[in-house]
Design a protein around this ligand. Structure first.
Ligand code: SF4
Length: 328
């Protein structure tokens, strides 16, 4: 067993976070000690989360038609992709059907996701009543991802019963400008802080495989730790033809598992949610994510690509002896 990795794990289990130099050393050591890294990442997960795994699904409240230029995204009007350039807004009935589907599938949380930089007053008013209705009728948790929000909007979401607000950093501050030019890293951080201060749980992470290097990955993890987020969604690029990253090489399953495990060491008590790109990139190694430290999954379809049916994911958890966390 690799001594340095074992010592890092023990320090975390004893309650002290790793500092940057320890994280860099861990990263170097893990290149030749994949099994050891996963073994200890799994111990850390079990210590802080037991055998409980959070499961959520998402529904795109508005799809496509976004004027922003995130280089990985099929929904930007700047790129010719399989998504219509005209924004499509789901009807109330379509969103309620997604809530009914989540409840039927035993999925405890539903995220409503809007494309675009921000939402309008009219859209927020509509969502407030829809979210209240979902709580009353379906008894599931509702999360929201609506772009940049201000304090008043965040407080209204809290009052409507939103549990958690999703807004990703995507990558490190250094790499962000190569991926997005239409808004800034500071814009993203501001929204995360607004959401947290308003009392929303914060679901904030990023996407890997977009040309970032190892330092970028560590920087983003440390920034997420500083921001005090409660869940970190980890997306792995599914290259979309027509986007600037459409020809990018996919990351290997082992590299993805190493990234998840490294994040478990850096963020030992924060939920790690493996989200977009799981099915495409991990192939047969999907169930290994839990041994790398993952504590949360996004099931069903992603926003613009296909995922796995909830019943298959729930069966995977049962087969692994893991339980669905029914908390919101
Ligand atoms: S990630 Fe969001 S903001 Fe960026 S282009 Fe896609 S929909 Fe627009």
């Amino acid at each position: 067993m690799n001594t340095a990795i074992t010592q890092c794990a023990q320090q975390i289990l004893d309650g002290t976070d790793l500092d940057r130099s320890q994280i860099e050393m861990l990263h170097q050591q893990s290149k030749d000690a994949f099994d050891d890294l996963l073994y200890h990442a799994n111990r850390i997960r079990e210590c802080f989360f037991g055998n409980k795994i959070r499961v959520c699904s998402i529904v795109p409240g508005r799809l496509g038609g976004c004027d922003q230029d995130c280089a990985f995204c099929a929904q930007s009007v700047r790129y010719d992709t399989h998504i219509d350039k005209k924004a499509q807004t789901l009807t109330d009935q379509q969103i309620l059907s997604a809530a009914a589907e989540a409840r039927k599938n035993n999925v405890p949380n539903l995220g409503i996701v809007y494309s675009g930089r921000a939402i309008t007053e009219k859209e927020l008013t509509r969502l407030e009543s829809l979210i209240r209705h979902i709580h009353t009728e379906y008894g599931i948790g509702v999360c929201a991802s609506l772009g940049i929000i201000n304090t008043d909007q965040a407080l209204r979401l809290v009052a409507a019963g939103v549990t958690r607000y999703n807004h990703n950093l995507e990558t490190s501050e250094r790499h962000f400008g190569k991926i997005v030019s239409t808004h800034t890293y500071a814009d993203r951080i501001r929204t995360v802080e607004v959401a947290r201060k308003a009392g929303l749980g914060v679901c904030c992470g990023g996407i890997f495989g977009i040309g970032e290097n190892e330092s970028d990955r560590i920087d983003m993890a440390l920034e997420l730790r500083r921001l005090g987020v409660d869940t970190v969604p980890m997306n792995f690029l599914h290259p979309i033809p027509g986007t600037p990253l459409g020809d990018s090489q996919k990351r290997s399953p082992r590299e993805i598992l190493r990234i998840i495990a490294l994040y478990r060491f850096i963020l030992p008590k924060i939920h790690l949610k493996v989200a977009g790109g799981r099915v495409l990139n991990l192939r047969d190694l999907q169930s290994w994510i839990f041994y790398a430290g993952c504590t949360s999954i996004l099931t069903g379809n992603y926003l613009t690509t296909a995922g796995r049916e909830a019943k298959d994911d729930l069966q995977m958890l049962e087969d692994l002896g893991l339980e669905v966390d029914r908390g919101k």
